[in-house]
Design a protein. Structure first.
Length: 201
């Protein structure tokens, strides 16, 4: 079937951004496929981490999105950070943490002081092609601030804030973030970074 593009959609932009691929572990746990990209450890270690997440998954009733895995200094202790996910939408408010060790086991801890469930509807969302075009054109205008500015690329996820407002969060060229209102297509915020740390002398 031929894809239809409106006049205000940039085909190059649509090709530049892809929805972040989520990989499922167990019944309720998802993680983005890029989570292990910067990890130079071997496949055996990754398989072990995924086996731990699968055991953690057994105590869950909600779907979750795991976005950070950190190894503690003590061997076999790990910190996992996650957000609750409903109908494919990541609820940004509230953190879930799991300090895993052989002694503490595999229990997720909800930060209920910050977490709020919200109502939202996925109807009437801005076509993702238009959102991609908006981000692409803004990134071009800020190309001098981008890491690897010769080629604009990235991934996106659909998220919701505590009021149930939906937005697309774009990761641009690995280091920059652009947030698009999923209902009206306008940029909520943009943070461009070229990947270099600087400090005052």
């Amino acid at each position: 079937m031929e894809t239809y593009y409106a006049e205000n959609v940039n085909k190059k932009a649509v090709k530049a951004f892809k929805e972040a691929k989520l990989i499922k572990v167990g019944e309720h746990t998802y993680y983005p496929d890029y989570l292990f990209e910067s990890d130079d450890r071997d496949k055996k270690f990754k398989d072990y981490i995924l086996s731990v997440l699968e055991k953690c998954d057994k105590n869950l009733h909600d779907d979750i999105f795991v976005y950070v895995i950190m190894e503690a200094e003590t061997k076999n202790e790990f910190r996992f950070s996650a957000k609750i996910m409903i109908d494919g939408v990541i609820l940004e408010e509230g953190e879930m943490m799991n300090w895993h060790s052989p002694e503490t086991g595999y229990v997720w801890d909800y930060d209920y002081s910050k977490f709020r469930r919200c109502d939202f509807t996925k109807s009437d969302l801005v076509p993702i092609e238009e959102a991609c075009t908006t981000v692409y054109e803004d990134a071009k205008e800020n190309s001098e601030k981008l890491y690897n500015d010769n080629n604009i690329y990235g991934t996106y996820l659909l998220k919701a804030d505590v009021q149930g407002n939906l937005y697309y969060e774009f990761t641009v060229n690995d280091c920059s973030l652009v947030t698009i209102d999923a209902k009206n297509g306008l940029i909520i915020k943009a943070h461009y970074w070229n990947g270099d740390y600087t400090h005052d002398k």
